[in-house]
Design a protein around this ligand. Structure first.
Ligand SMILES: C=C(O[C@@H]1C=C(C(=O)O)C=C[C@H]1O)C(=O)O
Length: 359
């Protein structure tokens, strides 16, 4: 028998052991699922999943990288959750969008997903119970906060239970073998803007009709797949979905471009992790008096609550020019000082969620 066949026999034995252990794991997951269903409690526990991944990465002495461990176990968790109770996850589409990439990076490839066309439709799907969780973008570190998400968090009754941060990386994907055979590039306006340097270097001499604007980078990938002699500036996941080979990767001008997404749920999911963040919507009561905001912020100081973010948004339910504030602070609602602040200021402060701070 050749050396490879010998080695493959070893792999088969290991795979058998992995499968047996995974089956044992699923037996236990199944028992946890029964308890959760009986007590009507949440299936998804991002804090617990993060704890397992961190522990395994610390324990690891072998050849697997931290990201490989994370990817493998996120799929295991996805399968586990499906066994406990299949739950639908809605994300801002279309398929292949960065929100889809964020969703898969957290819930794995096996989860049940539904792609919806607007941020509002994601809020609707979770509110009506059609989806258990919804994933929407909330902030880009170059462009700032996503206003529609902030406004809907203020208007609706949903909680943020977790955040996901992913780098915004674009690639040039095409079925063509060389740049010379590309006659058109499809993409979305922001992708064209964020890859200016690359486009100038490689396609600086092309006329405007060489660059074709479409609604989304995944539509661009689909078009590039369907049309000869074209390419798409798109996300990795869009290229993957449409089976388009990546000719150039990471072609965005700014490598620190990251987008933050939040997972929305109808019920809050409180668990202290030691590195938490709490989001509030604040509508000041005595906003006609000077110093009202200052007084509120002094309360934060007195409670020793560290402010991470404050952004104002217009109050849309009035014809006056009034504002409410989106505030992130360090800590968890289970912390005494935050709980106390929410309780004493309940007429002004709406709790939007406590979750692990990944920023
Ligand atoms: C099994 C559980 O349910 C889910 C699946 C997990 C897993 O596969 O380890 C971990 C956390 C939960 O998202 C659990 O809560 O422990």
């Amino acid at each position: 028998m050749s050396e490879i066949s010998e080695l493959r026999k070893d792999i088969d034995t290991i795979d058998d052991a992995i499968l047996d252990l995974l089956s044992k794991r699923m037996e236990i997951v199944n028992q946890i699922g029964i308890i959760k269903r009986e007590s009507n409690s949440l299936i998804y526990h991002p804090d617990r999943e993060k704890e397992i991944i961190d522990r395994l990465i610390n324990r690891n002495k072998g050849k697997l990288s931290a990201s490989a461990i994370e990817a493998i176990f996120l799929e295991v968790f996805g399968v586990s959750r499906n066994l406990e109770l299949p739950e639908l996850i809605s994300y801002l589409g279309p398929e292949g969008s960065f929100t889809h990439q964020a969703a898969e990076s957290r819930f794995g490839a096996v989860a049940d997903y539904i792609s919806l066309p607007s941020i509002k439709s994601i809020f609707d799907s979770v509110e009506t119970g059609r989806a258990k969780y919804g994933i929407v973008p909330i902030e880009n570190n170059q462009e700032g906060m996503v206003k529609e998400t902030m406004d809907l968090l203020y208007e609706r009754n949903l909680f943020i239970i977790s955040e996901i941060i992913i780098p915004v990386n674009f690639c040039l994907a095409t079925k063509e073998q060389s740049l010379q055979s590309i006659n058109q590039i499809f993409s979305k306006d922001i992708a064209f803007n964020q890859c200016q340097g690359f486009l100038n270097d490689y396609f600086g001499s092309k006329s405007n009709d060489f660059f074709v604007q479409v609604d989304s980078t995944s539509k661009a990938a689909k078009l590039a797949n369907d049309t000869k002699s074209t390419a798409a500036l798109c996300s990795h996941i869009a290229a993957k979905i449409y089976g388009l080979p990546i000719l150039f990767d990471n072609i965005q001008d700014n490598d620190s471009n990251q987008t933050r997404f939040v997972i929305l749920s109808k019920v809050e999911n409180l668990k202290k992790t030691g590195k938490d963040k709490t989001s509030f919507a604040v509508k000041l009561k005595d906003d006609h008096k000077p110093g009202t905001l200052l007084k509120l912020l002094q309360e934060f100081e007195e409670e020793k609550i560290n402010l991470l973010k404050i952004e104002s948004r217009p109050q849309k339910d009035t014809n006056e020019f009034k504002f409410w504030f989106f505030i992130d602070v360090e800590g968890n609602k289970l912390d005494q000082n935050i709980e106390h602040l929410i309780e004493t200021k309940k007429e002004e402060i709406t709790f939007l969620g406590s979750y692990m701070n990944l920023c």
